[in-house]
Design a binder for this molecule. Structure first.
Ligand SMILES: Nc1ncnc2c1ncn2[C@@H]1O[C@H](COP(=O)(O)OP(=O)(O)OP(=O)(O)O)[C@@H](O)[C@H]1O
Length: 316
């Protein structure tokens, strides 16, 4: 478990992290979401004792990082996948890390196997693709078999296969009961990967809740109805006070439960060609919840067009 209380970090005039309090539970993948410059990396560095807070504190399983006896056995992190000597092989890199942290050399082959790098373990890490480098970084994070794992933007620049692999791997780590904290500015990816979200903007906490709650609280859930007897259904729904948008071919109904709409159609002998819940997207939720945070919108706007998949509704 990770707990931050009133965490702040100032760099000169920039308040990178502003009085941030949150907790990250075990057994779940928690997404740490915010646009570029929101303060995610700074927060992660403070969790790992690499940056000193200007105010507040953060604890891992009740202890500050510097109080941990054998940090790599408690917390593992992937901050920068390219942080590896280019001429060292993957195995040599991990052996060096294991040795300098008094971890068993046997664990090196175990983690290489876990991340699927056994076959290339003796190749120069400098020649690795980004996806392979990310796997090597994850192997390093797992060396001490820690219960708490931090990943800073782990899918940045990866191809779809690499993204899928990371997503599945994170889920597996959480299913093993570990605390998995993953930062990203990619909305669609977090919608698929994270069960919980901590959302920040300009260093401040915007929301902490489950991904579903985040979308539900910020966007309206509606029901799409298609029928050859649309007019009949529309007037029946209207009589019951549902609010309806009609585009001529379908109705979008809000303020009424999907089961009730289906029952009403059956009672009126109306054939249905479609009756489907429409859920808001994580991106809509973002825009709704960040309100007048202009800087935040600008950053989202920058990120969205480059990632068409980010517009996918949650769960698709
Ligand atoms: N060492 C530093 N010195 C001065 N300013 C810094 C330093 N590190 C971060 N900042 C500033 O703090 C703010 C937060 O940066 P941070 O890298 O934590 O954001 P982020 O959410 O991780 O962004 P990204 O998604 O781009 O990695 C930014 O305004 C950044 O310019």
């Amino acid at each position: 478990m990770i707990e931050a209380e009133g965490l702040s970090k100032r760099y000169g005039k920039t308040l990178a992290v502003d009085n941030l309090s949150f907790s990250v539970q075990s057994g779940r993948v928690t997404g740490f979401l915010g646009p570029n410059g929101a303060g995610k990396s700074t927060t992660m560095r403070m969790i790992l004792g690499l940056d000193k807070p200007s105010g507040g504190n953060v604890r891992i399983d009740g202890k500050r990082y510097k109080e941990l006896h054998n940090p790599l056995r408690t917390v593992g992190a992937l901050l920068d996948a390219k942080w590896v000597h280019p001429n060292r092989s993957a195995r040599a890199h991990l052996r060096w890390l294991a040795k300098s942290n008094r971890l068993s050399p046997k664990r090196v082959d175990e983690v290489l196997d876990l991340v699927g790098l056994t076959d290339v373990a003796n190749r120069r890490a400098g020649g690795f693709s980004l996806g392979m480098s990310q796997r090597l970084g994850i192997a390093a994070a797992l060396l001490g078999d820690p219960q708490v794992l931090l990943f800073d933007e782990p899918v940045n620049g990866l191809d779809p296969e690499g993204i899928l692999w990371i997503r599945r791997f994170m889920h597996r780590l959480a299913e093993e009961g570990r605390t998995v904290f993953v930062s990203s500015h990619l909305l669609s990816e977090m919608a698929l990967t994270a069960q919980e979200l901590i959302v920040i903007g300009k260093g401040k906490l915007i929301s902490q809740c489950s991904t579903e709650e985040f979308v539900a609280q910020a966007t309206e859930n509606t029901v799409l109805v298609r029928s050859p007897q649309l007019a009949l259904l529309r007037s029946a729904l209207g009589e019951l006070g549902a609010s309806i948008r009609d585009d001529g071919e379908s109705l979008v109904v809000s303020g009424m439960d999907i089961a009730k709409i289906g029952e009403l159609a059956a009672a009126k002998n109306v054939a249905l060609h479609e009756l489907s819940p429409q859920r808001g997207s994580l991106e809509e939720a973002f825009i709704q919840l960040t309100g007048d945070a202009v800087e935040y919108h600008a950053a989202l706007g920058d990120a969205a067009p480059a990632q068409p998949a980010d517009l996918m509704p949650l769960g698709k």
